[in-house]
Ligand binder design. Sequence first.
Ligand code: ATP
Ligand code: NCN
Length: 187
Amino acid sequence: MGGTFDPIHHGHLVAASEVAQSFDLDEVIFVPTGQPWHKNVVTPAEHRYLMTVIATASNPRFTVSRVDVDRQGTTYTIDTLRDLHKERPEAELFFITGADAVAQILSWKDVKELWSLAHFVAVSRPGHTLSVSGLPHQDVSLLEVPALAISSTDCRSRVSRGFPVWYLVPDGVVQYITKHHLYRSNA
Ligand SMILES: Nc1ncnc2c1ncn2[C@@H]1O[C@H](COP(=O)(O)OP(=O)(O)OP(=O)(O)O)[C@@H](O)[C@H]1O
Ligand SMILES: O=C(O)c1ccc[n+]([C@@H]2O[C@H](COP(=O)([O-])O)[C@@H](O)[C@H]2O)c1
């Protein structure tokens, strides 16, 4: 599951858990982005990576990969999948996205090659229509997951306005945000 994870929240974790269960996955690898081309991310990748490690630590099926954080330059999923294939040549890869992300997928780099590297699973998300219209049906599955209207944007905004994010993100992530003074002034 790729994401900016700025910060990781319970919407991400529930989506990953539901896909793991429904597709009988051995492992869910969370892959925090380095610098995505489509977002102006100001929080250093190392903070986003560590929050993802903290959030996933209690689930033995969840792991976190540094492939995107450690690669120089802009993050593209085509590179993420190539790197994961090199690391795990025997693995059958699934890439988990939300309804909003999959709706943009035709604009992603080397999209035609993406389908040969992984099966894509798009999960429902409040406020977004889940659709595979225009996408190769054999390569993309849809999954309805419990609706959690949580976004990282809203979490950042709440922290910057002095509102709590308890129960929107895991407790350890709240503590990390507080300790490192994240999101105090940016929404
Ligand atoms: N509440 C949610 N329910 C289902 N999927 C989600 C949810 N939040 C995020 N996702 C999906 O998780 C992946 C990573 O999301 P991302 O890290 O960009 O979080 P975000 O909440 O969308 O962030 P931002 O608000 O900064 O855009 C994306 O594919 C996104 O669609
Ligand atoms: O490869 C691309 O061109 C591309 C464009 C937009 C998003 N992605 C990936 O989609 C995942 C979710 O992105 P985001 O912005 O919702 O965090 C993340 O792993 C991004 O690297 C990838």
